[in-house]
Ligand binder design. Structure first.
Ligand SMILES: C[S@@+](CC[C@H](N)C(=O)[O-])C[C@H]1O[C@@H](n2cnc3c(N)ncnc32)[C@H](O)[C@@H]1O
Length: 228
């Protein structure tokens, strides 16, 4: 099934100024620890391992992890990309000390702008918001490849629906979020995630904590921009 404009819009529409103001407490504080059973400290550690001094973050939300992670340089280049203007504004304000670049972009569409390339790209908690199967969502890797230097790392995490142990609250909340279109992960499982990562990246690492898959891989070869 091809994703509709409505489904794509629903995946980002929840991020209003109001929801962003409580996101860190509700999602990163409560849901991650007690419902998805992957504490945010685990994700932050992953950022610390993978982030570079020349970093693009896609699907930025409140920018919590960018605010708290340890960049390997004092003055990193940080770029933010999101379809939602509220998320871009919230996150860029939060990390204004890094003078971030901002790009408003639907990641399911090719990236037209000529942007200097990055050493790391973060796609944290983005895949489960995107409509379609994992194989369809994986088009984002094609769109991001031209923005990555050879050897650059792509990393992130996503909440899986199938093949992970879910407590009762997780079953209910995932169902609710999928019904509202906030999540579109009812077909997402570990095997298809691994397969898509292998098709697009090298040196893949995938680890499951609770309902969350933390993943990373490297771009080994410069790949041409797809035909626009
Ligand atoms: C769950 S939040 C993740 C926030 C942050 N990365 C974190 O882990 O705390 C998802 C973000 O992805 C953005 N988003 C959803 N669909 C998108 C799309 N098609 N293209 C770009 N960004 C999108 C939303 O606007 C939101 O900022």
């Amino acid at each position: 099934m091809t994703s509709t404009t409505e489904q794509i819009a629903a995946g980002q529409a929840a991020y209003t100024k109001r929801t962003l103001s409580v996101y860190d407490i509700v999602v990163l504080g409560i849901s991650n620890r007690f419902i998805w059973r992957c504490p945010s400290s685990e994700i932050l550690r992953y950022y610390d391992e993978c982030v570079s001094g020349n970093h693009l973050d896609v699907g930025v939300g409140t920018g919590y992890f960018l605010d708290h992670c340890q960049f390997p340089s004092q003055s990193p280049r940080v770029a933010l990309m999101d379809l939602n203007a509220n998320s871009l504004e919230f996150a860029s304000h939060r990390i204004s000390r890094y003078s971030p670049e901002t790009y408003r972009q639907n990641i399911l569409e090719p990236i037209a702008t000529d942007i200097p390339k990055f050493e790391s790209v973060g796609v944290n908690y983005l895949l489960h918001c995107l409509p379609g199967s994992i194989a369809e969502k994986a088009v984002l890797f094609d769109h991001l490849h031209p923005l990555m230097n050879p050897g650059a790392t792509l990393f992130g995490s996503t909440i899986l629906h199938n093949g992970v142990r879910k407590n009762r609250a997780a079953v209910r909340l995932m169902k609710f979020y999928n019904r509202k279109g906030i999540f579109s992960n009812s077909g997402d499982d570990l095997k298809s995630l691994e397969q898509s990562l292998h098709e697009h990246l090298d040196d893949i690492s995938v680890r499951v904590v609770g309902c969350v898959a933390l993943f990373s891989g490297r771009l080994q070869q410069a790949r041409p921009r797809p035909e626009q």
